[in-house]
Design a protein around this ligand. Structure first.
Ligand code: ATP
Ligand code: MG
Ligand code: MG
Length: 652
């Protein structure tokens, strides 16, 4: 009891003398997390963002047109702009210090509090560059103003001397900051060229009035060591680049830019671009005054509100009552969006500015985007229709999934809306079950007799499956073969794919051992790769290996997978007497049930190939898909053969 009253530790040391006041930049070094969100790699890269943001503010304010970012060695970076230059004259409040020194060495010193020197700035706390200074073991600022060059150096937040005029600068203006992140704070973390260049490039997309030059002394083998970024096309181009070759529902994104001044008589603006795609998860990149807000905020909320209300209203207009069911999740799941706003006096959550809190921004953006969206939907009815259909489908699927969950009894074998031509197996448990996707009906006939009805199911596919990515993406949902396939598998496509719903353990593609068969197999693999990738990753996709030849000698029967095997077998002989009969199967349909069972379907005797995706596939996914879907089908298949590492697996 006593313990509770007095506490267990001695208390005599806790008096006024134990209350410390941290001076100058000390608090930053003591608690970096409060200012840059930690001391990890991400936090360290944020130092560059702070300095770059200041140059961007200078550019957005119309005073700088060029910024250079140079990674000069492991942990030093230079950021240079041709703006007005940080003031170097003595500060009125501290006559013995220059404004430069006050800015670098004092928290909450800056020119962005009043809106006089900057209108819509990313900076607002007057903290950024002083934090960078505190956390650098070396920092040098050069300012070129009025044809003179000034410089001052710092270490861990302390000036190493006063600001000095170091020479004439007849052709130069602006600020240059070179700093080295302090290893006392950041340990062994190093600046990554790729990460920095990505940051730099996105800034250029966000403000087309600036040209940013990138240079790196470190070559990571992938990131260019020199590049110049200038993107007059703004966010529409940025989105295009982010989406690569992914198929999209709208031919051109819904993109635009609105000045709040013109529309509402208030300073600021918003720019956006959005499209929907079936082939990848949606994303949103949002920015305020060029600062990336990874946790979103009021501007994102306003944007989605405009899109949601717009699409519902359009649905009502065209008499699609189901549009009312669409919610924000449906929009976001396949929606790829970029939103960038410029506003005065933004309010961010925290110094790393991950979330925007300015309430008014949401209203302005919703109002600005909404009008444009209504017009766009009305003018591009083809895209509008495709997007609406897609979103309605998503909403229905979501509702269906929910009601399924509600009616509980969640087994992997629920038989909802199974396609008529599916020959299902009788097992009620997914474990050990197999679905053979077979080419054509005739093959289906012998396969039906050859299968083990307990755990082997069949789905005959008629004709060639649509070349999904080649065709307009909206067609994919309308393709009957693909719908049957999805229903049989029990899963949705793209972002709607859910591995848990898969109704079979092994999905086995069984096509003829000829060129056509190879083509169909390659189309199917491409489809699974782009739409149901987790299924491949989890090792559920297989290729059957039907033989090409049957050799008979009396009662002896031997099957050979290919020419080479046949030749070897003929040379060795079957061990019987008399002539060896060679028959070549033109297709699965030519095999009788016994042939098919022994060679291709019976787990005791067959051979299966598991399809896996090799880790070191070159390039980005989009690039890969493009190559898979190149014009020549034979080449596509070759590519898969070479790169979809075939792990042979003789399963017993
Ligand atoms: N490249 C630059 N060109 C001109 N002035 C600059 C530049 N960098 C910094 N400044 C001046 O220094 C001030 C302080 O910068 P600092 O980054 O510390 O704070 P801030 O940008 O005002 O706010 P925040 O803490 O949100 O970044 C700025 O407000 C600006 O007046
Ligand atoms: Mg700043
Ligand atoms: Mg400061």
């Amino acid at each position: 009891m006593n313990d509770l009253l007095t506490g267990s530790a001695p208390e005599q040391t806790y008096d006024a003398s134990s209350i410390e006041v941290l001076e100058g930049l000390e608090p930053v070094r003591k608690r970096p997390g409060m200012y840059i969100g930690g001391t990890d790699e991400r936090a360290m890269h944020h130092l560059v963002a702070e300095v770059l943001d200041n140059s961007m503010d200078e550019a957005v304010a119309g005073h700088a047109s060029r910024i250079e970012v140079e990674l000069i060695s492991d942990n030093s970076v230079t950021i240079r702009d041709n703006g007005r230059g940080i003031p170097v004259d003595p500060h009125p409040k501290f006559p013995d210090k220059s404004a430069l020194e006050v800015i670098l060495c004092t928290l909450h010193a800056g020119g962005k509090f009043s809106g006089k020197a900057y209108q819509t700035s990313g900076g607002l706390h007057g903290v950024g560059i002083s934090v960078v200074n505190a956390l650098s073991d070396q920092l040098r600022v050069e300012v070129a103003r009025n044809r003179e060059l000034f410089a001052q150096e710092f270490s861990r937040g302390h000036p190493q001397g006063p600001v000095e005029m170091v020479g004439a600068a007849p052709n130069r203006r602006g600020t240059s900051v070179t700093f080295r992140a302090d290893s006392e704070i950041f340990g062994s973390h190093k600046f990554k060229p790729a990460r920095l260049m990505k940051m730099v490039r996105s800034k250029a997309y966000l403000f087309s009035g600036v040209e940013i030059r990138w240079k790196s002394a470190i070559d990571d083998g992938e990131t260019p060591t020199e590049a110049t970024f200038h993107f007059p096309g703004g966010l529409a181009d940025y989105l295009k680049e982010s989406l690569g070759n992914a198929a999209t529902y709208a031919d051109a994104p819904f993109a635009g830019k609105v000045s709040f001044q013109e529309k509402f008589g208030k300073p600021g603006s918003v720019e956006w671009a959005i499209n929907w795609t079936p082939s990848r998860d949606g994303f949103i990149g949002s920015y305020c005054n060029t600062v990336p807000t990874s946790e979103g905020g009021t501007h994102e909320a306003g944007f989605w509100a405009a899109i949601l209300k717009g699409i519902r209203a359009y649905g009502e207009l065209v008499g699609n009552r189901k549009a009312a069911q669409i919610n924000r999740d449906d929009l976001i799941a396949g929606g790829c969006a970029l939103v960038s706003c410029f506003i005065t006096e933004p309010e961010f959550v925290g110094q790393t500015k991950d979330r925007l809190a300015t309430v008014e921004a949401g209203k302005l953006i919703e109002g600005a985007v909404r009008d444009h969206f209504d017009n766009w939907l009305a003018s591009d009815t083809k895209s509008a229709g495709a997007i609406l259909d897609y979103l309605v489908l998503r909403a229905e699927e979501r509702l269906r999934r929910r009601s399924e969950k509600e009616t509980a009894r969640k087994t992997a074998t629920k038989k909802l809306r199974l396609p008529g031509k599916l020959v299902d197996c009788s097992a009620t448990n997914r474990e050990g079950t197999e679905l053979f996707i077979v080419e054509g009906d005739s093959a289906g006939g012998s396969a039906k007799m050859a299968r083990d009805r307990k755990n082997q199911a069949l789905l005959p596919l008629r004709g060639k499956i649509l070349n999904v990515l080649g065709a307009a993406s909206a067609k994919m949902g309308q393709n009957a073969e693909i719908n049957d396939l999805c229903q049989a598998l029990g899963v949705g496509m793209g972002t709607r794919f859910n591995l848990e719903d898969l109704r079979y353990d092994k999905i086995i593609i069984m096509t003829d051992a000829d060129v056509d068969g190879a083509h169909i197999a390659s189309l199917l693999m491409t489809f699974f790769f782009t739409q149901m990738r987790p299924m491949i990753d989890a090792g559920h996709l297989y290729l059957a290996c039907p033989p090409l030849f049957r050799l008979t000698q009396g009662a002896r029967r031997v099957y050979c997978l290919d020419e080479a095997e046949k030749a070897a077998m003929l040379e060795r002989g079957l061990g019987g007497k008399g002539k060896i009969d060679v028959s070549r199967f033109k297709g699965l349909g030519e095999m009788d049930a016994k042939d098919l069972k022994d060679t291709t379907m019976n787990p005791e005797t067959r051979k299966l190939i598991r399809v896996t995706i090799s880790e070191d596939m070159p390039g980005e996914t989009a690039d890969l898909v493009e190559r898979l879907m190149g014009k020549k089908p034979e080449l596509r298949f070759q590519y898969i053969q070479q790169n979809a590492q075939f792990v042979e697996e003789l399963d017993v």
